[in-house]
Ligand binder design. Sequence first.
Ligand code: OGA
Ligand code: MN
Length: 287
Amino acid sequence: MGLSVTRTGNTFVAEIGGVDLAQPLDEATVEAIRQAWWDNSILVFRGQNLTQEQHVAFSGHFGELQGHTVKDWLLPTHPEILVLSNRGRGGVKPLENGGAYWHSDITYQAVPPMGSILYGLTVPPEGGDTLYADMHAAYEALDEETKALIADRVAIHNYKHRYLLMAEGGRRPDPTPEQLAEWQDVEHPVVLVHPESGRKCLFVNEGFTVSIKGLEKEESDALLQRLCAHSVKPQFVYAHKWRPGDIVMWDNRSTMHCATPYDAEKYERTMHRTTIKGITGQRAAAA
Ligand code: OGA
Ligand code: MN
């Protein structure tokens, strides 16, 4: 089948070679990619050239796709595709500083996505890297006292807080009443048992985790800040330097990511993302 899986210098990233994602894939190839994904959390494919249909078709091998609560960023022709572009390509509103804070995607929903597949169409020659953090490794490296402290804790996640912060900075339109009504608190364990691997990972993020249930605000803020700062230490982080035609797919439960700055006046940066719905664990239990 010709597919190669090569670990990069990081513990949780592999580059996949020998596969053209524009072509229909046989089940053995899909299964090999899926296995590599669970083994690594992050897969990088270089030199791909996909139509929107092909991007959607490839993504569909891994589950059902979902859109986004902000419809302005979804491609009218393919609402499964979210456009992150400072130039607002494809009839979509420009998205400035999309994801420029440490987060996992859409953890403010009751069942967050299992993963996202990001395709770099136009990327700046410098800057605009995406950083990824290995939340398995971050959890495992915690001291025993902290592990005990967070063992049975539950965190509250909400999109409102993040969106309003961005809106205050003039980077987002004011939210609609419908959006505000939709953005309710949801709860997730602070330590998630990964449904595929059974490994534990830290599951809080700077973007959308607003508090840890049952703690006073000060203590909750301090603990969240400490856990996030710990998770993004250099030994847990991979920096993806984009080339046009790159595809990065990440496991959204066991990683966080963060966009880095670039000269947005000078350069276009246009990325297409598909997002794969999460599962509640039944499939993992049945497997
Ligand atoms: C995303 C995201 C960061 C980037 O696609 O979910 O956060 O670097 N992107 O574009
Ligand atoms: Mn993101």
